[in-house]
Design a protein around this ligand. Structure first.
Ligand SMILES: [Zn+2]
Length: 67
């Protein structure tokens, strides 16, 4: 059951570095099955959006819209 810990770590990493394709696949396979990780993703997504809004920066730095 270490899966969620791994996935949430990847979601967190995704804010700081580009994830590898295999890492996105792991996330994509896990999120539909796990409301906890979906909530985590939503949570950090909102935090990032808030941080961007507050800093006034909106740089599309290669972030893919994965929603
Ligand atoms: Zn999970």
């Amino acid at each position: 059951m270490g899966k969620c810990k791994n996935i949430t770590r990847l979601l967190s990493d995704a804010l700081d570095r580009p994830l590898k394709a295999g890492e996105w696949v792991a996330i994509g396979l896990h999120l539909p099955t796990c409301s906890g990780c979906r909530n985590y993703r939503k949570h950090i997504g909102l935090l990032r959006a808030a941080a961007r809004a507050m800093s006034g920066l909106d740089d599309a730095d290669g972030d893919r819209a994965e929603d």
